[in-house]
Design a protein around this ligand. Structure first.
Ligand code: KIV
Ligand code: ZN
Length: 520
């Protein structure tokens, strides 16, 4: 079995999804979860693009242990230096430098001749090697490029010291047979037995990113670049869960495997969906709501008799089904902790800022009791939603104490909100277009932060009228978009909790406390 490296670019290419902006705490939480899943490489960002991106890559490089941490850099000295400064604190790090291969990119974007691109590639890969022994080189848009030039540019990169060559189908133009054949050609004519890894980076414009990546593996690639839930530019990237599970389920065919702990997949998918605000479609392979659901009577009958009649892999393999029994208001702390462990959460405290620490378990237990008191039984999915919607790393400058709403056909919707603030409990009543709007206005008045709502989504965590409501929203404060999530039996309360997460994230981001909140 060949080892296929998984290079996760959720935090770089994934964040390039239209409308997605992840905060530093969210990126750190995702990076720690990726390390726990045992990916080989994490692309943490593009350090030259902003001070914020630089700082975030630097923090991930400093804190996250296990995977190689990399950052993107154009083939320019400034980009490479900035990437090296952000990364060199990591245990293991890589510079990922890139140019373009297609005529249209060279003519309109780079405004360079092929000869100039070859010379810059040679100079800049050599320059990157002066900082670090692990250098990856990419040339965008290979599938629309002249393949003779593609061969030349990757040859130049290897001669200059690149240790991984990444072959991006930037525009998702290639078909599996074509892309696979190009990888084979690169293997035979460029790598020629040298100790250089071939990597794939496929976009999904024609829905072929996963198929193309697997075709590359069949033809000699040993690294797949991908993102959780397949998020990324335009139609997105190769979806990590799909390629990983294809290799896990069809290892017999590919004769290749990854080192991932696949049981972490579902949790990461939920985390990325929550933080990015990008909903996973119900019929999405592996992580969609319906991926392991059986509707037709004949299918249900088969699965009840033997799951393998209609299932080629088990839900447990991707961490979807836990042996958690329904918990209720009489369940104690020990049972609660055991249920969290059964769901796959790490309670060891080994990831101090991002795992479930003693303190966060205590806070979750209090919320669990509140919910169980109001709702009765709490199932596995609801428990998971409770953990996933916790505000893991954003300091709670303002905390919801209570909310009361008045609404109906012939009344002006009004919300009375009490918050725990740095000055003690404070209350405010506001009216609005509806009870949710009124609650947001009352919170704005108390916190003096005025986010602009960009998107709002409400979902029942489970089926049935007694389900908990989960609100996911995105709102803008000072040109930065934050996401917030709230879970409650009452949908106005869930909305208020999500709104407060946005407010607290905005306060944490600009590093201010109460006195400066008015500045936001
Ligand atoms: O799609 C692409 O070509 C990229 C490169 C920067 C690797 O994201
Ligand atoms: Zn890309």
């Amino acid at each position: 079995m060949r080892h296929i490296k998984i290079f996760d670019t959720t935090l770089r290419d994934g964040e390039q999804s239209p409308g997605v902006a992840l905060s530093v705490p969210q990126k750190l939480e995702i990076a720690h979860a990726l390390a726990r899943m045992n990916v080989d490489v994490i692309e943490a960002g593009f350090p030259i693009t902003s001070q914020g991106d630089f700082d975030c890559v630097h923090r991930i490089a400093k804190e996250v242990r296990g995977p190689v941490i990399t950052g993107l850099a154009r083939t320019s000295k400034g980009d490479i230096e900035r990437a090296a400064q952000a990364l060199d604190i990591a245990d293991k790090w890589r510079i990922h430098t890139f140019t373009s291969a297609s005529k249209v990119h060279l003519e309109f974007m780079l405004k360079k001749t092929p000869e100039q691109v070859l010379e810059i590639t040679d100079n800049m890969v050599r320059y990157a090697r002066t900082f670090c022994d692990d250098v990856e080189f990419s040339a965008q848009d290979v599938m629309r490029a002249d393949f003779e030039f593609v061969i030349q540019v990757f040859n130049a990169a290897i001669n200059a010291g690149a240790t991984t060559i990444n072959i991006p189908d930037t525009t998702g133009y290639g078909t599996p047979l074509e892309y696979g054949a190009l990888i084979k050609r690169i293997q035979l004519e460029v790598v020629r037995g040298r100790d250089v890894a071939i990597s794939t980076h496929c976009h999904d414009d024609l829905g072929m990113a996963v198929a193309n990546s697997l075709a590359a593996v069949e033809n000699g690639a040993t690294q797949i670049e991908c993102t959780i839930n397949g998020i990324g530019e335009r139609a997105g990237n190769t979806s990590l869960e799909e390629v990983v599970m294809a290799l896990a389920t069809r290892g017999d065919y590919y004769q290749a495997q990854t080192q991932l702990n696949t049981k972490e997949i579902y949790r990461l998918s939920r985390m990325v969906s929550r933080h990015s605000g990008m909903v996973v479609q119900p019929n999405k392979a592996i992580v969609g709501d319906n991926a392991f659901a059986h509707e037709a009577g004949i299918h249900q009958d088969g699965v009840l008799k033997n799951k393998s009649t209609y299932e080629i892999m088990s839900a447990e393999m991707v961490g979807r089904e836990a042996a958690v029994l329904v918990m209720g208001k009489h369940s104690g702390r020990a049972a609660f902790k055991k249920a969290l462990e059964d769901l796959g959460y790490d309670l060891s405290g080994s990831v101090p800022d991002h795992g479930l620490t003693e303190e966060s378990v205590n806070a979750l237990f209090v919320r669990f009791k509140e919910l169980a008191d109001r709702k009765g039984a709490i199932g596995a999915e609801e428990l998971r939603a409770l953990v996933e919607t916790r505000d893991s790393s954003v300091p709670e400058t303002f905390k919801l104490e209570s909310i009361q709403v008045l609404s109906g056909t012939h009344v002006i919707p009004t919300a009375t909100v009490t918050l725990e603030t740095p000055e003690g409990p404070q209350q405010h009543a506001s009216s609005g277009d509806g009870p949710v709007d009124a609650a947001f206005k009352a919170i704005n008045a108390l916190t003096k932060v005025h986010p602009t709502l960009e998107s709002y989504r409400i979902e029942a965590v489970t089926e049935g009228g007694e389900a908990l409501g989960e609100v996911s929203l995105r709102a803008r404060v000072n040109d930065v978009v934050y996401s917030g999530n709230g879970l409650a039996t009452d949908i106005v309360e869930a909305s208020a909790r999500a709104w407060l997460e946005v407010v607290n994230s905005a306060i944490a981001q600009v590093g201010v406390k109460k006195e400066a909140v008015t500045a936001i």
